[in-house]
Design a protein around this ligand. Structure first.
Ligand code: NAP
Length: 322
């Protein structure tokens, strides 16, 4: 029989590794189940220029690798490329108390743990085009805050896809760098909040392109973004816009499906915690980072929540012993 873990951290983005650093320094010997994308979404971006402490910016992969090493230095262990396939977080309904350790199925094996920190993150929704994946990091990006200030986008026309608050926020942010920002939206009304929509539409550098979908991103042959092919969904007319970058902002999907029916979540899958703590509805299960946060979604806010989750788990375990 393998030993029961004190705390298993599910996910290895900024939230997960930060939780691991804190839990390891608290001598809890955390086990990190990294998921298939070790390092999380930050490893899909290039230079991170807004993480405090790096005046010259830091490569997203390097930042995550350093966090991992920092956690390992204090005794965190990791199962790389491993995923939690199933989670049994059952609690006795009458007493509200957990009668047994949580049981996680990890790559077919059962891992038992007294507490768990869920830091599974969220994935960017994608357009689903072949050219989109081929040109990712070569002009196609999912984060204006991360990539907008890069020299390749300076004083060039840029395209933002989407009509929600994220798309508007990204488009407005990009006006600082771009010569012009085209907002391509599939309808002729923004989903974004009124204040955000008004701010966007009043901006002299923003040109909305209504009722339009991106059919293709150019130019895979050149290995860089040179433009987009659009189709007007009402008139069926096809057009092209020349641009140096495509910022896809069509929403996020938290990676929380395996917890459905156990951890309380909102209708879009974001886990609910008892703010300002990271406690979920299941005692002993804490959640942090982009699977909880639908508002800020920054590396530094995820790291902050990871820290909080580790402290919450440590206090929970101490209270169980007392
Ligand atoms: P969202 O509100 O779900 O909007 C997604 C947008 O992408 C919608 O306009 C949608 O079009 C479009 N879309 C979805 N799938 C598409 C596809 N396959 N092709 C083309 N367009 C597609 O997502 P979000 O903007 O990321 O916002 C998520 C939540 O975070 C919201 O509650 C938002 O208010 C909040 N948020 C708040 C702030 C802020 O307050 N500062 C900033 C960012 C986000 P339709 O409109 O036609 O469905």
């Amino acid at each position: 029989m393998t030993e029961i873990e004190n705390v298993v951290i599910i996910g290895s983005g900024c939230a997960g590794w930060t939780a691991a650093i804190y839990a390891a320094r608290a001598n809890l010997k955390p086990l990190v189940i990294t998921g298939t994308l070790t390092g999380g979404l930050l490893t899909t971006t290039s230079i991170v220029e807004n993480y405090p402490g790096f005046p010259e910016g830091v490569d997203g992969n390097k930042l995550m690798e350093d966090m991992k090493q920092q956690a390992e230095r204090f005794g965190a262990r990791a199962r790389f490329n491993s995923v939690v396939e199933n989670a049994d977080l059952s609690v006795d309904a009458s007493s509200g108390r957990r009668e047994q350790p949580f049981r996680l199925t990890v790559d077919g094996e059962i891992v038992e743990t007294r507490s768990a920190i869920v830091a599974v993150g969220a994935g960017h929704r994608r357009l689903g085009l072949e050219s989109e994946s081929k040109l990712e990091k070569k002009g196609v990006t999912y984060c204006a805050t991360c990539d907008g200030p890069l020299p390749v986008f300076r004083n060039k026309p840029l395209v933002v896809v989407g009509g929600g608050d994220s798309a508007c926020e990204e488009a407005i942010y990009l006006t600082r760098f771009a010569s012009k920002v085209f907002l391509v939206h599939r309808r002729d009304q923004l989903r974004a909040s009124r204040i955000m929509a008004e701010r966007l539409l009043a901006h002299p550098k923003v040109q909305p392109v209504w009722n339009s979908v991106v059919e293709d991103i150019l130019d895979v042959a050149k290995d860089e973004v040179t433009g987009v092919k659009l189709k007007n969904v009402k008139t069926r007319k096809k057009t092209e816009i020349a641009c140096a970058g495509v910022f896809v902002a069509i929403g996020h999907a938290p990676n929380t499906l395996i917890f459905k029916g156990q951890i309380e979540m909102d209708e879009t899958g974001y886990l609910q915690v008892k703010h300002p703590t990271t406690q979920t509805n299941v005692p002993g299960v804490f959640a942090c980072g982009d699977c909880v946060d639908r508002i800020y979604r920054q590396a530094i806010t995820a790291a902050g929540m990871g820290c909080a989750a580790a402290i919450d788990a440590e206090r929970y375990l101490a209270a169980q012993k007392a």
